[in-house]
Design a protein around this ligand. Structure first.
Ligand code: ZN
Length: 397
């Protein structure tokens, strides 16, 4: 079995404050030991990576991406692209995302379950990419958010059946649309969509199969509906009031904020070619979104890293901008990096990822400089010296 040793540099184990003087011993696809560098043998036949001057992180996890989308300012054409083109675009995106230090992504809704094939292509070595946690098609009401690529369901029985179809195909997470959203013309982010009963049926089926659920939920009523239906994470959570936050704490529901999605739309505007309906809606929600994030953070809600990568100008490879926005909105760099490592692993139900510890999967991102002094270092791919996935060096600069 191949053996790899990483020494030198600053180590973040995914949980605790970073420290120096450690070494990682990787055997096969897992960490065999994490030891003081002084305990390393002087002679070794292992490959040794010297990370001096770098920060050594668990491979980063993005809990919310759209791997088949390009992040074009106006993606209306992409809605008509054939499935094969979407799959090929996903192959390109997967490589870019891996190159930027993310070793796992959770794909949140995919037309005709294309994400399941993308995952297989990566796992079978046809293409290079991060580990993909798949959702298949999102569960939405007829004409609801994301309906063009989603499984439209009306009523409890159909919600149950639509969910079972995704589980049958192999989906690892069920994505459920609780409210309208920014990127679907004619639906309002604030409006509730699937009912509590419909979502309950979907959640029940997912949980019976041992799968987690996540809800696209922007408006307050829809957020509460999703929590009452038993959802595991609220995606976006734009309009969180005190009651919604209290419910999240009581029911142990995580927030995946994706601050960067409306940020790009507001910043780029119609001048960048983004459709006016999306710009108008993003302008309406942008400030509320940041305030909701701050309230949730202060209240102690579990927050996991996600970007909504693939929305306008939110192009694959720019995922790490979310760290900067999270820190601007009140997180410490340690909190932001925890959100993308151990917390993300918990939210994705993948306890074998997201930390540097013996027995865990050896996914590692090595970044030039000290990212705890400046999280923006992660945004420049030239700073990502190494990406290691399951003990294999997949990126080296
Ligand atoms: Zn999304």
């Amino acid at each position: 079995m191949s053996r790899l040793i990483i020494k030198g540099g600053l180590y973040f184990d995914g949980v605790h404050s970073p420290r120096e003087g450690l070494a990682l011993v990787i055997e096969g696809e897992k960490f065999e030991r994490v030891i003081p560098a002084t305990a390393l043998p002087t002679e070794t036949d292992a490959r040794v990576i010297d990370a001096s001057g770098c920060t050594v992180l668990p491979g980063l996890i993005d809990c919310h991406v759209h791997i088949t989308s390009s992040g074009a300012a106006d993606s209306s054409q992409e809605r008509h692209d054939p499935d094969a083109l979407l799959a090929l675009r996903a192959a390109k995106n997967a490589r870019i995302i891996l190159n930027s230090g993310f070793t796992t992504v959770r794909n949140m809704g995919s037309r005709n379950q294309i994400d399941l094939s993308v995952k297989q292509a990566i796992d079978q070595g046809y293409i290079l990419g991060p580990r993909v946690i798949t959702s298949g098609m999102c569960i939405t009401m007829t004409g609801g958010h994301g309906w063009m690529g989603g499984r439209q369901v009306d009523g409890v029985d159909e919600a149950r059946k639509g969910t079972r179809e995704q589980l049958r195909a192999g989906a690892e997470i069920i994505k459920i649309m609780a409210t309208g959203g920014v990127m679907t013309p004619g639906v309002e982010p604030g409006s509730a969509q699937l009912t509590v009963e419909e979502m309950q049926a979907a959640v029940e089926e997912a949980h019976k199969a041992g799968r987690k659920t996540a809800s696209h939920a922007q408006g307050t009523t829809g957020i509460k509906n999703a929590i009452l239906a038993g959802i595991d994470s609220i995606e976006h959570g734009i309009f969180l009031d005190d009651e919604a936050i209290q419910l999240m704490l009581e029911h142990d529901v995580a927030l995946v904020p994706t601050l960067v999605a409306p940020y790009h739309i507001v910043k780029g505007g119609i001048e960048a070619g983004i459709p006016a309906y999306a710009v108008d809606k993003a302008n309406q929600v942008f400030e509320a979104h940041k305030q909701s994030f701050k309230k949730a953070l202060q209240a102690g809600v579990t927050i996991a890293f996600g970007t909504d990568c693939g929305t306008p100008l939110n192009t694959p490879g720019r995922n790490a901008l979310e760290f900067e926005l999270m820190v601007e909105a009140g997180m410490t760099p340690l909190q932001a990096l925890t959100a993308a490592t151990s917390t993300a692993a918990k939210v994705c139900d993948r306890p074998e990822m997201g930390s540097l510890a013996a027995g865990k999967l050896a996914d590692v991102t090595i970044v030039q400089g000290n990212v705890f002094d400046d999280v923006r270092l992660l945004q420049d791919q030239n700073n990502i010296s190494y990406v290691i996935k399951g003990g294999a060096v997949v990126v080296k600069r």
